[in-house]
Design a protein around this ligand. Structure first.
Ligand code: ANZ
Ligand code: ZN
Length: 830
């Protein structure tokens, strides 16, 4: 018997597909055909696909193939997120220019993808580090600059005093320099570029409610990231100063309980309030360093609370009360106003702080139905009644918030304020391998945009990457020195490059019109393809990439380039691939290489295992045995089809008028049509491909078990043909090489990718009889067979007549009969 040999079958088809690029090519928008845009997140070209990629892309590939078979015009592109620090590090290590290193990696990974048989339209490949792509980053930058959405402001950067240079965030390790591990990184103020994402904060938040096709957890993460908070800003006077301190609070109703003001260590008023006190200044600068380290390691909320008294006092605008001004490490400059009124009786953190430093704790809210003394501390609930609050006593909290806010507004010392946690997107990077920011600094004209007709501002190719750090482009005179677009006099280029998240914020629009040299894409083409019907990727991108993409989409919409508000209607986040319960990583030494798997078991088995071993949204523990098992299964399919291919092929219209199926034929056809129905349903959104593949296995088992009937002719030739042809069609999204091979063996017409997806015949799929488990007092005691259409009364009678049930009831009459239609009978006896 023939041996299943993927090493022979797969390269043959790979070759044929390569020779026919139209196979995976999207048809032009002008066809007006129903479109389907399926997108997987593009990889960083590290040099090697990992199993997480294989899984992600196998999911997308199965979907794309299915949609093609359903007759859609499918767009299924791939590209490379090709800028970023690793290329610079590799350049340092191996002395290869970043561009060369990156392009070599891309070539290698593209070969891997083609070997695995992913159905990408390579004519639309996007490589973000090439000028034909990044020139449009520059173009967008200027469009945003013109609209005030790109702007420059002083902002903190990491500074290593030893290197005397700016460090990228990635070069700060535990708050210290990557090359001087004992040197604490400082913060310096430098001019940096920002995108004004906060202008869209409210819209980005509201849009989440209109994305039912996105996982709830992703939407929640984005909501929290945007962090909308409704509150009040209130001005406190400062004794001996003209300036006031503005605080942001969500609980103005508690203001009579404010027993101190707390400033962030970096609050601009702090130097003035502490001037001359060296000791204080030292303590505060230590706090700043401590916050910085905590910020880097995402540990801010766990800091042990610390503070210092400035010796100065503020005045509560409501009652003129004098309260001390402190500086505290749990107040952050980047949120609200960088200053808070501290109400220890009604806030956990303030309570902890006040307890530690002996600051007064004064209740201004009592619990409903309790006295002041009985109200527990801290009492943070808003279900309470105001006390010790002058004319506002007796109000319930919510009313209090409203009344006190109005009072503050009327007296000119406060106003309602909506605060977002979301910050503007800092896009300046002092790196080489990124998109140059298209700005020029002229001594006479200041900051001048590079005119569109001078695009792209090319990233110089030959540059020496050194250990020195700092903006590498500032050390390339040919790049740095230019002329002013206004006066033609000598000027200097901006040497920062853009954050690589810029590249990935809109790459999927470029796919629709990847070769356009007049614009990022033609609006009418994007209009046809957008929004993306299904986006698939890792949940680690739930926030940054997916928020930036949603922002960018709105900016493009407001530039008149597109009409959609959101980039993707549906989002799917797949689980991780792990090995022995742990994430695959070089350091753990548990990495399974896709190349290895493909060499040993073939691409079909590898990708099918990636879909079979777990539901796609769960983590998958990679087991080589499992891949071998899939390979054996595919071998069985291969031999089964081989054995009957000639028979099936001989089926033609003439033999097709046989009698309605019965017996074995009927049973097999029923199984087939049930399998078709199940897989079709899963493709419509549930995507439990693991159970789809299991269903195909069951189908193959049933056909194999009935082989005597196939061989004897008891199952007529047309039925054999129907079974085998459909089996192969069902396999096509999951094991495309084998399916193509067997499709040809069966004499299938044209490419299997364009063969219509089978339609389940509900009459055939229907069961005549079903089995229903019967429980007595919740324990399984028997199984009865009833007609699939049986009503509850019939099911009950049948169950009560069952011999085993009679025995278990031992003469008692059930006090209750619970029937779950088609599923279960439970008899309750006393
Ligand atoms: C007084 C108060 C009394 C507060 C009370 C809470 C409870 P969200 O909901 O997250 O917006 N806060 C304001 N700015 C801060 C900053 N820069 N760093 C640290 N904490 C800050 O939280 C708003 C509350 O967090 C504000 O309301 C403020 O404390 C604090 F019984 O003001 B509250
Ligand atoms: Zn000039």
């Amino acid at each position: 018997e023939l041996r299943y040999d993927p090493a022979a079958i797969e390269p043959k088809w790979q070759e044929r597909w390569a020779q026919n690029p139209a196979m995976y090519a999207a048809e032009p928008a002008s066809t007006g055909k129903q479109k389907y845009y399926v997108l997987e997140m593009l990889p960083y070209p590290s040099g090697q696909l990992h199993m997480g990629h294989v899984r992600n892309y196998s999911i997308g590939d199965a979907l794309a193939r299915y949609m093609w078979m359903q007759g859609y015009n499918v767009l299924h592109p791939m590209g490379w997120d090709a800028f970023g620090l690793p290329a610079e590090n590799a350049a340092l290590k191996n002395n290869t220019p970043p561009r060369e290193w990156t392009l070599k990696n891309i070539a290698a990974m593209k070969r891997q993808m083609q070997r695995i048989g992913f159905s990408y339209d390579w004519e639309r490949e996007v490589t973000t580090c090439l000028p034909d792509y990044y020139r449009w980053n520059q173009w967008f930058f200027l469009r945003m600059y013109e609209k005030g959405l790109a702007y420059r402001k002083q902002s903190k950067v990491n500074w290593c005093p030893q290197c005397a240079t700016v460090l990228a965030n990635e070069q700060v390790i535990d708050g210290c320099c990557w090359r001087h591990e004992d040197t604490l990184v400082e913060q310096r103020n430098l001019e940096q570029w920002f995108y004004r994402i906060t202008a869209y904060a409210q819209e980005l938040l509201e849009g989440l409610d209109k994305l039912p096709g996105w996982p709830e957890k992703v939407r929640t993460m984005q909501r929290n990231w945007i962090g909308r908070s409704e509150g009040t800003e209130v001005d406190f006077g400062v004794e001996g100063e003209a300036s006031k301190i503005r605080v942001f609070t969500t609980r103005i109703d508690t203001i009579f309980g404010a027993t101190s003001l707390q400033l962030a260590p970096e609050h601009p008023l702090v130097p003035e309030l502490t001037a001359g006190d060296k000791d204080l200044e030292l303590q505060i600068s230590a706090m700043i360093d401590e916050q910085k380290v905590a910020r880097e390691t995402d540990n801010l909320s766990n800091l042990e609370k610390q503070g210092v008294f400035t010796g100065r006092y503020a005045t509560n605008p409501f009652n003129g009360e004098r309260i001390p001004i402190w500086v505290a490490n749990y107040v952050l400059m980047e949120y609200g106003t960088g200053a808070i009124m501290s109400v220890p009786a009604h806030d956990e953190r303030d309570f902890e702080f006040a307890t530690k430093y002996g600051i007064e704790i004064r209740r201004v809210i009592r619990e409903v139905g309790e006295s002041e003394e009985e109200t527990p501390l801290p009492f943070v609930s808003e279900q309470g009644i105001l006390i010790n609050s002058g004319e506002f006593d007796g109000l319930i909290c919510e009313e209090g918030q409203d009344k006190l806010e109005k009072y503050a507004e009327a007296h000119g010392f406060g106003e309602a304020k909506i605060t977002y946690r979301l910050r503007d997107w800092g896009v300046s990077r002092q790196r080489y391998w990124g998109t140059p920011i298209p700005m020029v600094n002229c001594p006479t004209h200041g900051l001048v945009p590079v005119p569109d007709d001078q695009f792209p501002v090319l990233l110089p190719d030959q540059i020496e990457i050194t250990q020195e750090g700092g903006s590498p482009l500032s050390k390339v005179p040919e790049f740095l020195n230019t002329t002013c677009p206004v006066c033609d006099g000598p000027a200097k280029r901006e040497t920062d490059t853009m954050d690589t998240f810029v590249d990935s914020s809109w790459y999927f629009y470029r796919y629709t019109d990847a070769k356009n040299s007049a614009g990022p894409f033609a609006p009418e083409i994007a209009q046809y393809w957008f929004p993306i019907d299904q986006y698939i990727g890792g949940v680690e991108h739930a926030i940054l990439h997916l928020i930036y993409s949603r922002f960018w989409t709105r900016v493009m919409r407001d530039l008149g380039l597109i009409t959609n508000d959101e980039p993707a209607t549906r989002l799917f986040t797949q689980g991780m691939v792990i090995k022995d319960g742990a994430k695959m990583s070089k350091s753990r030494g548990n990495v399974v290489s896709p190349d290895d798997m493909v060499a040993r078991y073939g691409a079909d088995a590898t990708r099918m295992y990636a879909l079979f071993a777990a539901p796609p949204d769960r983590d998958l523990d990679w087991q080589e045995d499992g891949v071998a098992g899939i390979s054996r299964f595919l071998g069985r399919v291969y031999r089964l089809v081989q054995r009957y291919a000639a028979t099936a092929k001989s089926a033609d219209a003439a033999t097709n008028n046989s009698a309605p199926p019965a017996g074995t034929s009927l049973a097999l056809l029923r199984k087939l049509h049930q399998t078709i129905a199940k897989i079709t349903l899963d493709f419509s959104g549930r995507w439990h491909f693991n159970t789809c593949i299991a269903a195909i296995m069951e189908l193959v088992n049933e056909i194999t078990a009935a082989e005597a009937a196939l061989a004897s002719g008891e199952v007529p030739v047309p039925v054999v043909a129907e079974l085998l042809r459909n089996l192969v069609l069902l396999l096509a999204p999951f094991a495309p090489f084998l399916a193509a091979e067997l499709w040809e063996e069966l004499g299938g017409e044209g490419a299997i990718l364009r063969a219509p997806w089978p339609v389940s015949d509900p009459g055939l799929a229907k069961e005549d009889e079903i089995e229903i488990p019967v429980q007595v007092n919740g324990r399984l005691r028997s199984v009865v067979r009833v007609s699939a259409e049986a009503d509850n009364a019939t099911i009950e009678t049948t169950a009560l007549a069952d011999a085993k049930v009679i025995e278990w009831l031992a003469g008692k009459k059930p006090v209750k009969v619970i029937i779950v239609p088609r599923k279960l009978v439970n008899l309750v006896v006393k």
